[in-house]
Design a protein around this ligand. Structure first.
Ligand code: CP
Ligand code: NVA
Length: 306
Protein backbone atom coordinates (compact mmCIF):
# COMPACT_ATOMS: atom_id res chain seq x y z
CA UNK A 1 0.00 0.00 0.00
CA UNK A 2 1.03 3.61 -0.52
CA UNK A 3 2.04 5.51 2.63
CA UNK A 4 -0.99 7.81 2.22
CA UNK A 5 -4.62 7.77 1.12
CA UNK A 6 -4.88 11.05 -0.75
CA UNK A 7 -6.99 10.03 -3.75
CA UNK A 8 -9.03 7.01 -4.70
CA UNK A 9 -6.39 5.94 -7.21
CA UNK A 10 -3.86 5.50 -4.40
CA UNK A 11 -5.63 2.15 -3.94
CA UNK A 12 -5.55 -0.82 -6.31
CA UNK A 13 -8.54 -3.09 -6.77
CA UNK A 14 -7.04 -5.66 -4.37
CA UNK A 15 -6.26 -3.02 -1.77
CA UNK A 16 -9.83 -1.68 -1.89
CA UNK A 17 -11.21 -5.21 -1.52
CA UNK A 18 -8.83 -5.88 1.39
CA UNK A 19 -10.08 -2.73 3.13
CA UNK A 20 -13.73 -3.69 2.51
CA UNK A 21 -13.16 -7.22 3.84
CA UNK A 22 -11.46 -5.92 6.98
CA UNK A 23 -14.23 -3.32 7.41
CA UNK A 24 -16.89 -6.06 7.23
CA UNK A 25 -14.98 -8.10 9.80
CA UNK A 26 -14.51 -5.14 12.17
CA UNK A 27 -18.20 -4.23 11.84
CA UNK A 28 -19.32 -7.78 12.61
CA UNK A 29 -16.95 -8.11 15.55
CA UNK A 30 -17.83 -4.72 17.01
CA UNK A 31 -21.50 -5.68 16.92
CA UNK A 32 -20.62 -8.88 18.79
CA UNK A 33 -18.67 -7.04 21.48
CA UNK A 34 -15.23 -8.13 20.28
CA UNK A 35 -12.67 -5.36 20.79
CA UNK A 36 -9.51 -4.90 18.76
CA UNK A 37 -6.94 -2.54 20.17
CA UNK A 38 -4.87 -2.75 17.01
CA UNK A 39 -3.71 0.88 17.32
CA UNK A 40 -2.86 0.92 21.02
CA UNK A 41 -0.48 3.77 21.76
CA UNK A 42 -0.99 5.42 18.34
CA UNK A 43 -2.18 9.00 17.90
CA UNK A 44 -4.10 10.41 14.94
CA UNK A 45 -4.22 14.18 14.33
CA UNK A 46 -7.44 15.29 12.64
CA UNK A 47 -7.05 18.68 10.94
CA UNK A 48 -10.29 20.36 9.87
CA UNK A 49 -10.43 23.43 7.64
CA UNK A 50 -14.10 22.75 6.83
CA UNK A 51 -17.12 21.67 8.90
CA UNK A 52 -17.89 18.00 9.54
CA UNK A 53 -20.23 15.75 11.49
CA UNK A 54 -19.68 12.23 10.15
CA UNK A 55 -15.98 12.42 9.31
CA UNK A 56 -15.00 13.96 12.61
CA UNK A 57 -17.09 11.69 14.82
CA UNK A 58 -16.41 8.45 12.92
CA UNK A 59 -12.63 8.98 12.86
CA UNK A 60 -12.59 10.00 16.51
CA UNK A 61 -14.70 7.06 17.67
CA UNK A 62 -12.85 4.70 15.31
CA UNK A 63 -9.47 5.60 16.81
CA UNK A 64 -10.89 5.19 20.32
CA UNK A 65 -12.33 1.76 19.47
CA UNK A 66 -8.95 0.70 18.08
CA UNK A 67 -7.26 1.67 21.34
CA UNK A 68 -5.60 4.77 19.87
CA UNK A 69 -5.85 8.47 20.58
CA UNK A 70 -7.55 10.96 18.23
CA UNK A 71 -6.77 14.68 18.42
CA UNK A 72 -9.22 17.17 16.90
CA UNK A 73 -7.22 20.04 15.42
CA UNK A 74 -9.23 22.93 14.03
CA UNK A 75 -7.15 24.88 11.55
CA UNK A 76 -8.48 28.05 13.19
CA UNK A 77 -6.57 27.16 16.36
CA UNK A 78 -3.42 25.83 14.68
CA UNK A 79 -0.58 28.07 13.52
CA UNK A 80 -1.43 27.10 9.90
CA UNK A 81 -4.47 29.36 10.42
CA UNK A 82 -1.95 32.20 11.01
CA UNK A 83 0.20 31.36 8.01
CA UNK A 84 2.72 28.76 9.24
CA UNK A 85 3.72 26.82 6.10
CA UNK A 86 2.16 23.38 5.65
CA UNK A 87 5.69 22.02 5.07
CA UNK A 88 6.80 23.01 8.59
CA UNK A 89 3.55 21.81 10.13
CA UNK A 90 4.12 18.44 8.42
CA UNK A 91 7.66 18.12 9.75
CA UNK A 92 6.61 19.00 13.31
CA UNK A 93 3.47 16.84 13.46
CA UNK A 94 5.40 13.86 12.03
CA UNK A 95 7.44 13.89 15.25
CA UNK A 96 4.38 13.68 17.55
CA UNK A 97 1.77 11.70 15.68
CA UNK A 98 1.39 8.35 13.91
CA UNK A 99 -0.95 9.65 11.23
CA UNK A 100 -2.95 12.68 10.09
CA UNK A 101 -6.44 12.87 8.67
CA UNK A 102 -7.08 16.22 7.01
CA UNK A 103 -10.18 17.90 5.57
CA UNK A 104 -9.33 20.93 3.52
CA UNK A 105 -9.94 22.76 0.25
CA UNK A 106 -7.02 22.19 -2.06
CA UNK A 107 -5.78 18.78 -3.14
CA UNK A 108 -2.33 20.33 -3.63
CA UNK A 109 -2.21 21.21 0.05
CA UNK A 110 -2.64 17.61 1.15
CA UNK A 111 -0.20 16.40 -1.50
CA UNK A 112 2.37 18.82 -0.01
CA UNK A 113 1.50 17.73 3.52
CA UNK A 114 2.06 14.11 2.49
CA UNK A 115 5.36 14.85 0.72
CA UNK A 116 6.74 16.63 3.78
CA UNK A 117 5.43 14.14 6.37
CA UNK A 118 7.02 10.87 7.37
CA UNK A 119 3.64 9.58 8.67
CA UNK A 120 0.54 8.49 6.70
CA UNK A 121 -1.84 11.24 5.55
CA UNK A 122 -5.53 10.44 4.98
CA UNK A 123 -7.82 12.61 2.88
CA UNK A 124 -10.95 13.39 4.91
CA UNK A 125 -12.31 15.42 1.93
CA UNK A 126 -10.84 17.98 -0.40
CA UNK A 127 -12.45 19.93 -3.22
CA UNK A 128 -11.26 17.11 -5.54
CA UNK A 129 -11.75 13.86 -3.64
CA UNK A 130 -13.61 12.11 -0.81
CA UNK A 131 -12.04 8.62 -0.79
CA UNK A 132 -13.11 7.63 2.75
CA UNK A 133 -16.74 8.29 1.82
CA UNK A 134 -16.44 6.23 -1.34
CA UNK A 135 -14.96 3.28 0.60
CA UNK A 136 -18.03 3.42 2.88
CA UNK A 137 -20.27 3.65 -0.19
CA UNK A 138 -18.66 0.57 -1.76
CA UNK A 139 -18.99 -1.30 1.52
CA UNK A 140 -22.70 -0.38 1.69
CA UNK A 141 -23.34 -1.36 -1.92
CA UNK A 142 -21.73 -4.76 -1.36
CA UNK A 143 -23.74 -5.25 1.85
CA UNK A 144 -27.01 -4.47 0.12
CA UNK A 145 -26.35 -6.03 -3.30
CA UNK A 146 -23.89 -8.77 -2.27
CA UNK A 147 -21.77 -8.10 -5.37
CA UNK A 148 -20.01 -5.12 -6.89
CA UNK A 149 -18.77 -6.24 -10.30
CA UNK A 150 -21.21 -5.65 -13.13
CA UNK A 151 -23.58 -3.36 -11.21
CA UNK A 152 -24.61 -0.05 -12.78
CA UNK A 153 -24.01 3.06 -10.69
CA UNK A 154 -25.70 6.33 -11.68
CA UNK A 155 -24.36 9.55 -10.19
CA UNK A 156 -26.59 12.58 -10.73
CA UNK A 157 -25.38 16.08 -9.87
CA UNK A 158 -22.22 18.09 -9.50
CA UNK A 159 -18.94 16.84 -10.97
CA UNK A 160 -17.35 17.36 -7.57
CA UNK A 161 -15.26 15.48 -4.99
CA UNK A 162 -17.86 12.72 -4.59
CA UNK A 163 -18.31 12.26 -8.33
CA UNK A 164 -14.53 12.12 -8.89
CA UNK A 165 -13.80 9.53 -6.20
CA UNK A 166 -16.83 7.46 -7.26
CA UNK A 167 -15.68 7.38 -10.90
CA UNK A 168 -12.30 5.98 -9.88
CA UNK A 169 -13.49 3.65 -7.09
CA UNK A 170 -16.44 2.11 -8.93
CA UNK A 171 -14.67 1.62 -12.27
CA UNK A 172 -11.62 0.13 -10.52
CA UNK A 173 -13.91 -2.49 -8.98
CA UNK A 174 -15.51 -3.41 -12.31
CA UNK A 175 -18.77 -1.53 -11.96
CA UNK A 176 -20.45 0.35 -14.81
CA UNK A 177 -20.69 4.07 -14.15
CA UNK A 178 -23.03 6.67 -15.66
CA UNK A 179 -22.78 10.28 -14.60
CA UNK A 180 -25.21 13.09 -15.40
CA UNK A 181 -23.90 16.60 -14.79
CA UNK A 182 -25.04 19.94 -16.24
CA UNK A 183 -22.77 21.69 -18.73
CA UNK A 184 -20.18 23.64 -16.77
CA UNK A 185 -20.35 21.24 -13.82
CA UNK A 186 -18.66 18.18 -15.26
CA UNK A 187 -15.74 16.52 -13.43
CA UNK A 188 -12.24 17.88 -14.13
CA UNK A 189 -10.46 16.53 -17.23
CA UNK A 190 -8.19 14.32 -15.09
CA UNK A 191 -11.17 12.29 -13.81
CA UNK A 192 -12.86 12.07 -17.20
CA UNK A 193 -9.66 10.72 -18.77
CA UNK A 194 -9.06 8.42 -15.81
CA UNK A 195 -12.66 7.17 -16.09
CA UNK A 196 -12.30 6.43 -19.80
CA UNK A 197 -9.04 4.53 -19.32
CA UNK A 198 -10.29 2.54 -16.28
CA UNK A 199 -13.46 1.55 -18.15
CA UNK A 200 -11.38 0.31 -21.08
CA UNK A 201 -8.95 -1.57 -18.84
CA UNK A 202 -11.72 -3.28 -16.87
CA UNK A 203 -14.15 -3.93 -19.73
CA UNK A 204 -16.97 -1.86 -18.20
CA UNK A 205 -18.85 1.23 -19.33
CA UNK A 206 -18.35 4.86 -18.37
CA UNK A 207 -21.14 7.07 -19.71
CA UNK A 208 -21.26 10.83 -19.41
CA UNK A 209 -24.46 12.68 -20.19
CA UNK A 210 -26.36 15.86 -19.40
CA UNK A 211 -29.59 13.86 -19.15
CA UNK A 212 -30.29 12.36 -15.71
CA UNK A 213 -32.98 10.04 -17.21
CA UNK A 214 -30.35 8.54 -19.47
CA UNK A 215 -27.90 7.96 -16.63
CA UNK A 216 -30.43 6.42 -14.25
CA UNK A 217 -31.89 3.96 -16.79
CA UNK A 218 -31.64 0.42 -15.36
CA UNK A 219 -29.27 1.58 -12.60
CA UNK A 220 -28.72 -0.60 -9.53
CA UNK A 221 -27.36 2.21 -7.39
CA UNK A 222 -28.26 5.91 -7.58
CA UNK A 223 -25.98 8.41 -5.90
CA UNK A 224 -26.30 12.15 -5.55
CA UNK A 225 -24.73 14.97 -3.55
CA UNK A 226 -25.42 18.61 -2.72
CA UNK A 227 -25.50 21.16 -5.53
CA UNK A 228 -23.26 23.62 -3.65
CA UNK A 229 -20.39 22.04 -1.73
CA UNK A 230 -18.55 23.53 1.22
CA UNK A 231 -16.74 26.64 0.03
CA UNK A 232 -19.30 27.25 -2.78
CA UNK A 233 -21.98 28.82 -0.58
CA UNK A 234 -21.98 32.10 -2.53
CA UNK A 235 -22.79 30.16 -5.73
CA UNK A 236 -25.85 28.47 -4.19
CA UNK A 237 -28.47 30.55 -6.09
CA UNK A 238 -26.72 30.17 -9.45
CA UNK A 239 -26.34 26.45 -8.87
CA UNK A 240 -30.01 26.00 -7.96
CA UNK A 241 -30.82 27.20 -11.47
CA UNK A 242 -28.10 25.14 -13.19
CA UNK A 243 -29.08 21.92 -11.38
CA UNK A 244 -32.85 22.24 -11.81
CA UNK A 245 -33.85 18.92 -13.39
CA UNK A 246 -31.05 17.02 -11.65
CA UNK A 247 -33.18 16.03 -8.67
CA UNK A 248 -33.46 12.41 -7.55
CA UNK A 249 -37.23 12.10 -7.14
CA UNK A 250 -39.84 9.34 -7.37
CA UNK A 251 -40.55 10.12 -11.04
CA UNK A 252 -36.95 9.61 -12.21
CA UNK A 253 -36.53 6.62 -9.87
CA UNK A 254 -39.09 4.75 -12.05
CA UNK A 255 -36.39 4.43 -14.71
CA UNK A 256 -33.95 2.66 -12.38
CA UNK A 257 -34.13 -1.05 -11.64
CA UNK A 258 -36.98 -1.92 -9.24
CA UNK A 259 -34.59 -3.01 -6.52
CA UNK A 260 -32.22 -0.04 -6.94
CA UNK A 261 -30.69 1.45 -3.83
CA UNK A 262 -30.03 5.15 -3.23
CA UNK A 263 -26.97 6.57 -1.48
CA UNK A 264 -26.19 10.10 -0.31
CA UNK A 265 -23.04 11.00 1.60
CA UNK A 266 -25.02 13.55 3.66
CA UNK A 267 -25.70 16.25 4.66
CA UNK A 268 -28.68 16.28 2.25
CA UNK A 269 -30.65 19.29 1.07
CA UNK A 270 -34.17 17.92 0.85
CA UNK A 271 -36.18 19.04 -2.19
CA UNK A 272 -32.97 20.17 -3.92
CA UNK A 273 -30.80 17.23 -5.06
CA UNK A 274 -33.13 14.63 -3.48
CA UNK A 275 -36.76 14.69 -2.39
CA UNK A 276 -37.78 13.95 1.17
CA UNK A 277 -39.85 11.07 -0.26
CA UNK A 278 -36.89 9.31 -1.93
CA UNK A 279 -34.55 10.00 0.96
CA UNK A 280 -36.97 8.51 3.49
CA UNK A 281 -37.82 5.55 1.23
CA UNK A 282 -34.08 4.76 1.13
CA UNK A 283 -33.16 5.88 4.66
CA UNK A 284 -32.08 2.36 5.57
CA UNK A 285 -29.37 2.44 2.89
CA UNK A 286 -28.36 6.07 3.43
CA UNK A 287 -27.90 5.78 7.19
CA UNK A 288 -26.15 2.41 6.89
CA UNK A 289 -23.80 4.23 4.51
CA UNK A 290 -23.20 6.86 7.21
CA UNK A 291 -22.53 4.13 9.80
CA UNK A 292 -20.13 2.39 7.42
CA UNK A 293 -17.86 5.44 7.48
CA UNK A 294 -16.83 4.21 10.94
CA UNK A 295 -16.07 0.64 9.88
CA UNK A 296 -14.40 1.47 6.56
CA UNK A 297 -12.18 4.11 8.17
CA UNK A 298 -11.19 1.78 11.00
CA UNK A 299 -9.98 -0.60 8.29
CA UNK A 300 -8.04 2.22 6.58
CA UNK A 301 -6.48 3.24 9.90
CA UNK A 302 -5.41 -0.32 10.67
CA UNK A 303 -3.91 -0.75 7.19
CA UNK A 304 -2.01 2.57 7.23
CA UNK A 305 -1.07 3.06 10.88
CA UNK A 306 -0.37 -0.38 12.31
N1 CP B 1 -20.33 12.75 4.38
C1 CP B 1 -19.49 13.50 5.13
O1 CP B 1 -18.28 13.57 4.88
O2 CP B 1 -20.09 14.12 6.17
P1 CP B 1 -19.46 15.24 7.09
O3 CP B 1 -19.28 16.47 6.23
O4 CP B 1 -20.49 15.46 8.18
O5 CP B 1 -18.15 14.77 7.63
N1 NVA C 1 -19.60 17.60 -1.90
C1 NVA C 1 -19.84 17.86 -0.51
C2 NVA C 1 -19.65 16.63 0.30
C3 NVA C 1 -19.93 16.79 1.77
C4 NVA C 1 -19.63 15.56 2.55
C5 NVA C 1 -18.92 18.98 -0.04
O1 NVA C 1 -17.76 18.98 -0.45
O2 NVA C 1 -19.37 19.84 0.71
Amino acid sequence: MNKDLLRMDDLSKDEILDILNLADQLKYEQKHGIEHHLLKGKSLGMIFEKASTRTRVSFEVGMYQLGGHPLFLSSKDLQIGRGEPIQDTARVLSRYLDGIMIRTFSQNEIETLAECSSIPIINGLTDDEHPCQVLADLMTIREKKLILEGLKIAYIGDGNNMCNSLIVGCLTLGMNVAIANPIGYKPPKYYIEKGISLAEENGVSFEMTEDPSEAIKKADVIITDVWASMGQETEAKKRQIAFKGYQVNSEIMKLANNDAIVLHCLPAHREEEITEEVLEAHADEIFEEAENRLHAQKAVLVKLLS
